[in-house]
Design a protein. Structure first.
Length: 69
């Protein structure tokens, strides 16, 4: 996290596998629907997975285990 903005907080939640919290943070920040926030979350997840793979404690398949949308 760099300066504590909502986007930085969401990034750290994404990396930390806090899916629901990350979606809520994005939803509040963007003032959008849950569905739209989920789309943003998934897109940002892909970017972070590519840019910061070592920051994720688990692999892609394990990351999404138990999350159903």
């Amino acid at each position: 996290m760099t300066d504590g903005t909502a986007v930085d907080v969401a990034d750290e939640q994404i990396v930390s596998n806090q899916i629901i919290r990350g979606i809520k943070t994005l939803r509040d920040h963007l003032d959008c629907s849950v569905h739209e926030a989920l789309d943003v979350f998934v897109a940002r997840y892909a970017v972070l997975r590519a840019e910061r793979p070592g920051d994720f404690a688990c692999g892609h398949d394990e990351y999404w285990t138990g999350f159903y949308s």
